[in-house]
Ligand binder design. Structure first.
Ligand code: GLN
Length: 382
């Protein structure tokens, strides 16, 4: 009998995003599933990377290239000592899992949840505790596009084993952006129960209304922020993410992080270090918001035109729609449009019927063509 895999491998099946991208390729479908831009990153980032190759090619210190830690500190209003550069936000989250919780601990998070949160919690032996968002009809006037944070349910889910509150705002997949009042209430709750907070803010520059409040500004002593150059600079495959720790708490997290990938790709760190101040000075994020805003409206109008219920996002590049319950696999094969089934973001409560997440970080052409294909498919199907 050969040796067996550790039971933890059971939690690492193919992610819904990889699966839908694979099926999209297989069926020649337009991919509005996995959230990655279809355009190349901005020229100023690519040029900085070209200059860095052959110049910054060896290991950087595990917490990150000093120039990038400084650029991030400047951009985020923290000190360089609080910043740890990681191989994407996914590694930022797993380093925090390694550092903050384990066997016997509970991690309280919201449902629908971003897919990585569950396996990352289970892999360190902790228990995910999911608190459903309330889903109201879109005409209820709810600012979260239909989803509402249930603070009472959140507090009720906390037990003496709870160690961490894991939040995501702007929120993938709902597109909600928590208001300052909601964040203040969350912080009060974290303080009352002495919880760490992991605030996944990878879409921090992608909002369509008022700018989101960084949670660390409300509770600097207990909030770990996760960020992503991939999202900000449209280079999701570069795998440059970061953690901002509370003051004085970086060395332990950096210590854990060095044993996963040791350091992130050095020339790409150098490029991001150069690009961050440029992006800010040249209004790149404002342009990004405008351009995504246009594509969001294009998609939302098209879907509404088909009589579908659209949950208008306040941030991120995702939009949820309620459609007849067809199945994402049928859609990718027959309509040749890849989208993510809402049920993929639910594990504890029954998923609301007929929800699908569309990514609109794709070209206007792709969006228009996907709308046509979907319209035709739904019409023929009746
Ligand atoms: N964040 C992206 C999404 O939600 C993709 C994540 C991934 O594939 N790791 O679509």
């Amino acid at each position: 009998m050969p040796a067996e895999f550790h039971p933890r491998t059971k939690v690492t099946t193919e992610s819904i995003f990889s699966r839908m991208s694979r099926l999209a390729l297989q069926h020649g479908a337009i991919n509005l599933g996995q959230g990655f831009p279809s355009n190349p990153p901005p020229g100023f980032l690519l040029e900085a990377a070209r200059r860095a190759l052959g110049r910054v090619d060896q290991y950087t210190p595990p917490p990150g290239l000093p120039a990038l830690r400084e650029a991030l500190a400047e951009d985020l209003g923290v000190t360089p000592e609080q910043v740890i550069v990681t191989a994407g936000a996914t590694e930022a989250l797993s380093s925090l899992a390694d550092s903050l919780y384990g066997e016997g601990d509970e991690v309280v998070m919201l449902e629908p949840y971003f897919d990585a949160y569950l396996p990352q919690t289970l892999m360190v032996g902790a228990k995910p505790v999911l608190v459903p968002m309330r889903l109201q009809p879109t005409d209820s006037g709810s600012p979260g596009g239909g989803w509402e944070l249930d603070l009472e349910a959140l507090e009720a889910a906390i037990t003496p084993r709870s160690k961490v509150l894991l939040l995501n705002s702007p929120y993938n997949p709902t597109g909600s952006v928590f208001s300052r009042e909601e964040l203040e209430a969350i912080v009060a709750l974290a303080r009352r129960h002495d919880l760490w907070v992991i605030s996944d803010e990878v879409y921090d520059e992608l909002y369509f209304g008022a700018p989101p409040t960084p949670l660390r500004t409300l509770a600097p002593e207990r909030v770990f922020t996760v960020g992503s150059a991939g999202k900000r600079l449209e280079a999701t495959g570069w795998r440059i993410g970061w953690i901002v720790t509370p003051p004085g708490l970086a060395p332990e997290v950096a210590g854990m992080r060095q044993w996963s990938s040791f350091c992130s790709a050095a020339p790409l760190q150098a490029a991001v270090a150069e690009a961050l101040p440029l992006a800010r000075a040249e209004g790149f994020y404002a342009e990004l918001r405008e351009s995504y805003g246009r594509r969001k409206d294009l998609l939302a109008q098209g879907l509404r035109g088909m009589g579908l219920e659209v949950f208008e996002p306040q941030g991120t590049y995702f939009l949820t729609v309620r459609m007849p319950e067809i199945g994402a696999e049928v859609l990718v094969q027959e309509a040749r449009v890849a989208i993510i089934p809402g049920s993929a973001f639910y594990a504890s409560s029954p998923p609301p019927q007929g929800l699908y997440r569309f990514a609109f970080c794709k070209t206007a052409d792709d969006i228009e063509q996907a709308l046509e294909r979907l319209e035709r498919f739904l019409r023929v199907r009746g």
